[in-house]
Design a protein around this ligand. Structure first.
Ligand code: MC0
Length: 146
């Protein structure tokens, strides 16, 4: 069951400048940052709120690390902006299978590694009214940096 907005993914050209915009404008601080080589992104997670299912909701700022990454391709076509939305679930495998049965293309055979040790998969945007949609099962929440 999908129980929360896990994160909204925002593609940007310069992660450090974008992090500074969100800090200076809204007061949001970086909760976690990492490079995901498989996905070709450097990312910063800004925690917005905890949720009643024991999880949390984040903004995920994404800068491509290589020109052939999906985010680089998307930025070249669209410029900066909202790249995807991610729903949180305790059971990414079960929810992905159930959604696949409804005729929506699930992009990965098996969930892959996402932010903060989560397990993730994606649904094709063309089957989701133009929205690239991610399903996330979080690893246990870690302590904030700094
Ligand atoms: C592509 N399209 C999108 C889109 N990306 N539509 C809405 N939102 C997006 N983000 C549209 C294109 O405009 C195009 O439409 C059609 O989908 C095919 O796209 P394409 O540019 O030709 O590219 P493909 O087919 O090679 O790849 C699209 C696909 C890919 C969605 C399969 O981007 C993908 O596998 N994405 C999932 C992985 C990902 O995005 N990772 C980065 C975040 P037209 O009408 O022009 O045909 S990693 C992440 O977020 C992790 C770290 C985490 O959360 O923990």
């Amino acid at each position: 069951m999908l129980t929360r907005i896990d994160h909204i993914g925002i593609a940007c050209f310069d992660l450090d400048k974008t992090v500074e915009f969100y800090r200076a404008t809204y007061g949001f601080e970086v909760f976690h940052s990492e490079v995901n080589e498989e996905q070709g992104v450097r990312e910063a997670m800004l925690k917005i709120n905890d949720t009643s299912d024991g999880g949390a909701s984040y903004l995920q700022l994404l800068e491509p690390t290589r020109e052939d990454s999906t985010v680089a391709k998307w930025l070249a076509k669209n410029g900066e902006g909202v790249h995807h939305i991610a729903f949180g679930t305790a059971d990414v495998d079960g929810d992905a299978a159930a959604i696949k049965d409804k005729g929506v293309r699930v992009l990965y055979e098996e969930p892959r590694r996402g932010s903060m040790g989560s397990r993730i998969t994606f649904l094709h945007p063309k089957d989701c009214h133009g929205v690239l949609t991610e399903l996330v099962t979080s690893a246990p929440v870690e302590s904030p940096e700094h």
